[in-house]
Design a binder for this molecule. Structure first.
Ligand code: INI
Length: 159
């Protein structure tokens, strides 16, 4: 029986973090959590982490498509916060953003970790950005590292 499970320590991993400026006061905490997890748990070198700021969540799919095209990165972490308002705007942005990100992951066969909060309120977002419900940026960082290892093992013909 073969069982494949990923580990998160990867001193040579090259990671891109694409992050939205919209709701930056929350996204900054997601970024801090992600970088902290990459460095402390993954032992990723600081120089191998690239952070790309974009206007909003809607801009993230195109951005990561360009990042994926460069083939410089082992994984991409995507961070942002979309908060529901009084109009259907929320649905359009979340839908296009999440399906666009998934499409890039599939088209370029690269791990894309979804660290985007989609919440009903600012309070719910704050809870998930380093307070009582953890830090979704840190969680996304660990997922990215684990997926790099899983994909590497699947591609290797020696397991
Ligand atoms: N962008 C976000 O990242 N989060 C939001 O909550 C949000 N809302 O609510 O409007 C948001 N809008 C901007 C959008 O992502 C684009 O930047 C903009 O529409 C220009 O393309």
């Amino acid at each position: 029986m073969n069982i494949i499970e990923g580990i998160v320590i990867n001193q040579n991993a090259c990671i891109a973090i694409a992050i939205a400026r919209f709701n930056a006061f929350i996204n900054n905490s997601l970024l801090e959590g992600a970088i902290n997890a990459l460095k402390r748990f993954g032992q990723v070198q600081k120089n191998n982490i690239t952070v790309i700021w974009v206007p909003g969540a809607y801009e993230l799919p195109l951005t990561i498509q360009e990042l994926a095209k460069t083939k410089r990165y082992d994984a991409i972490i995507v961070l942002g916060t979309i908060i529901r308002g009084d109009t259907p705007h929320f649905e359009y942005i979340t839908g296009e953003c999440s399906s666009g990100l998934a499409r890039v992951a599939m088209n370029y066969s690269i791990p894309v970790a979804f660290g985007i909060l989609t919440t009903e309120s600012i309070e719910q977002a704050i809870e998930r950005a380093g307070t009582k419900a953890g830090n979704k940026g840190a969680e996304a960082a660990l997922v990215a590292l684990e997926m790099i290892d899983i994909i590497k093992t699947i591609r290797a013909d020696s397991y």
